[in-house]
Write a protein of this length. Sequence first.
Length: 341
Amino acid sequence: MNKGWLASLALVASLSGAADEPRTPPEHRRGEDQTFLTFPEWYLVHSPAEWAHYLATHRAPSEFPWGGHIAQFWQGYRAAVHETRDYPFNGGYHLMVSVIGTSTTVEYGLRAAYESTIGRLSEASSDGTPTAEERLATRVAQAYVDFIRIDPWYLFDFISPLRELWGHGTPIFGDNLLRKWERRFALSTEYLVKAGYAWLIKLGTQSMYEAARPVTALVLDRAPSPLQASLPGMKRLDVAGGLVVVTVPRYRAFMAYAQALAAQGIAFREIAGNRGVIMASVIERTDAPRPVAPLRQVFTQPILTQTGWERRVVTVPVAELAAQLRRWRERDVHLEHLYDY
């Protein structure tokens, strides 16, 4: 009799353990700590995006808050370290973030020093009309942001803008001559240095890290309807126990797929094998109501070039993400990014 009870208990325990196993295939699972550790990387998308928007509004580069952006990068990294203190230490990722953080600090520091001295003097010589070089810089800044939202920055083609800068479409002579020549020098230096550094980083990345899987696996509470034609990347992997396993593109595209699935009333059960929390950032007015449960605010950052606006970085339970995405959409909140591990 005792043996029978023991066998029954063992069977129940094994079934309970199986039920607790993630439905996500092992090759698609990633650690929950990644949702926090990816913020510093993505800040180096948010910061260039702010720079591109700043240039597009024809504001003086000498007034851009380079130092503030350095501080915000390290603030985000410090928060990521704090949030992941109870997870296994990810040495490779911390090394990578330290490298990009240090190089960005050097770059932004040099640009701040240059723009506040030589750049400011050339600005003073101009009548305020953007030169061909400045218009080129604005276009390239936005093209760079569009590119790094999908692909690693070191794959961006910095040589083509350099050729355009010195091509027939960008005349050497013209109005605001001092400003033209100064911008030509500054942009030539920037594109050449970045092209060389990108080449080195590409070599180092390929030798130290495996290529990242370009998709994220989701476990959904039911099968979704076909998504719109603009979102063709969802693939179904499995259906079991009423749950559906699909993959969708990672990085920037993940947000669009998550919003589209949430709009169908679908709930997420797992994301990359995780059932805990996922981090998100939204842009809201500084006087907007503070986040409430199930959200937990991790930290905030003012948008340094837009008075009265701030970035709010929050965590959302995976099971509550779809409902929260619908609430943000109903309130017309600008969802900046979902940090999908």
